[in-house]
Design a protein around this ligand. Structure first.
Ligand code: SIN
Length: 482
């Protein structure tokens, strides 16, 4: 049976092992065509709270399942995701718009987290520590947090789910996911595969509906012990405040404003390639996408000429068409923001090297754009554009550009290119961000800790630390009589 037959056309959510519908449903639209791609239930607050109760019941059993068995089930999920790559990628492109080749890449990336955490399940370790008093023994165990809730974004409809769900399952937690309303179909398809993999009822559930209804229940139901969120800093801060009532554990992967610096001693060709990969992945709708590009005055002309030629040649179109490199933006609000950033920068003196306009394919399209001579305080250099815009700003000294790079409340990712080893170490140490790409635009990997500092978030996803986010430390003090 095809995945699309079993998951997508049921117009149902996976709650406690059953596909549940609701009185009303919500449309999911294809951003490339505007056509309806499917419908999902609009769950009521009672349905959401019932799902949380079932997650709490399921946890009582799941936490006792041996780590090796949990790992085997997660591994089976990984195998099914890989087996269904083509179908999952097609579903993703249809609801999200990214080119099919990129969607397949995202499925591989999403699956890599599942594989990683299937293996990490067996590496949950405790400690025995020396005690100060005689006959006393200090034992530290690491136990699953309990019921977790995840609110996930539309830009990576699969990977942002697997890198939360796989560690939760591996750690012995149960988890409920509220996928973005723009991209719930990929989430439901992943849930269907988890059932096929043997994830027990209530252990992983996907709930669709209004963010306010589901988010409120996640933040205020005391049975939920942890909230994990990927999205904007504004919403992250709201969720954090809502979770404060019963001091829930939090992981927040929030907005960024990544600098990309090209020093005078950089390999220009490689810097152009790195920027193209980092910037135009998902049409620039990526939290770690370079948002402001600082280029040393002495190499600026060479860099921007090579870059704008390559950007102008990018193939734009419906992601399902062969060879497409850039698809639509998720919605017209996304396009409005790019347009506003371009207009504001141009009014402040920037020059358009390529793009700089909407495309005549519908409301969700904007041309990949390169601007030069952008003022340092332009809107596009201070706020996350989340679209296909490269603003080039020139600089003369390392100290000057480090000042620019760190002059932001955000600290998710940063990139720089240099062939000078001393500078590489110095700048990597000085940059205030959770992740730094040195001579590369590709930094995401399941075995690396993904996350930010400052207003870009709390906690890390991926690597061995990604599992710790779903574990609590328990100190047990034994006094053994002789
Ligand atoms: C994101 O944009 O939030 C995630 C990007 C990634 O995992 O590479």
């Amino acid at each position: 049976m095809k995945l699309t037959d079993i998951a997508i056309f049921k117009q149902a959510c996976l709650i406690n092992g059953a596909w549940i519908t609701a009185e009303e449903s919500l449309p999911v639209n294809n951003p490339a065509t505007g056509e309806e791609a499917g419908r999902v239930p609009l769950l009521s607050a009672d349905q959401v709270n019932d799902a949380i109760t079932s997650a709490s019941e399921a946890w009582k059993t799941w936490k006792k399942v041996p780590a090796s068995t949990r790992g085997d089930i997660v591994r089976k999920w990984y195998e099914l995701i890989v087996k269904h790559t083509d179908e999952l990628a097609t579903i993703m492109t249809t609801e999200q718009g990214k080119p099919l080749a990129e969607a397949k890449g995202e499925i591989a990336y999403a699956a890599s987290y599942v594989k990683w955490f299937a293996e990490e399940a067996m590496r949950i370790q405790g400690e025995i520590l020396p005690a100060a008093a005689a006959n006393t023994h200090i034992r530290v165990s690491r136990d699953p947090v309990g019921v977790c809730a995840a609110v996930t974004p539309w830009n990576f409809p699969a990977a942002m789910i697997t890198r939360k769900v796989a560690p939760a399952l591996a750690a012995g937690c149960t988890i409920l996911v509220k996928p973005a309303s723009q991209t719930p179909l990929t989430a439901l398809a992943l849930a269907e595969l988890s059932v096929q993999a043997g994830v027990p009822d209530g252990v992983f559930q996907v709930l669709t509906g209004k963010a306010s209804v589901i988010g409120d229940a996640f933040c205020t139901n005391p049975l939920v012990r942890k909230l994990t969120f990927t999205g904007s800093t504004e919403i992250g801060a709201q969720l954090m405040a809502q979770c404060a009532g019963d001091v829930k554990k939090l992981s927040l992967e929030l907005g960024g404003n990544a600098p990309f610096i090209v020093f005078e001693d950089a390999n220009i060709e490689k810097a152009v390639e790195g920027l193209l990969k980092a910037k135009f992945r998902n049409a620039g709708q990526t939290c770690i996408s370079p948002n402001r590009v600082y280029v040393h005055n002495s190499v600026k002309d060479a860099f921007q000429t090579q870059l704008s030629e390559k950007v102008a040649a990018l193939k734009i179109g419906n992601g399902l068409e062969e060879g497409t490199e850039i698809g639509p933006l998720i919605d017209s609000k996304g396009v409005d923001k790019v347009e506003e950033h371009v207009k504001q920068a141009v009014a402040a003196g920037a020059k358009v090297l390529t793009g700089g306009e909407r495309l005549p394919f519908g409301d969700n399209w904007y041309a990949p754009t390169v601007l030069t001579g952008v003022p340092r305080d332009a809107q596009c250099a201070c706020e996350e554009t989340f679209g296909p815009l490269v603003p080039i700003i020139s600089f003369d000294t390392e100290d000057e550009v480090l000042g620019y790079a760190n002059d932001t409340p955000f600290g998710l990712a940063a990139y720089f290119y240099t062939d000078n080893l001393h500078r590489a170490q110095r700048v990597a140490d000085a940059i205030e961000s959770g992740m730094v790409g040195i001579n590369t635009g590709v930094i995401s990997a399941a075995n690396a800790p993904f996350g930010g500092i400052k207003a870009s978030g709390i906690g890390r996803e991926g690597a061995h630390v990604g599992l710790e986010e779903y574990l609590e430390m328990k100190y047990q003090c034994y006094v053994i009589e002789e």
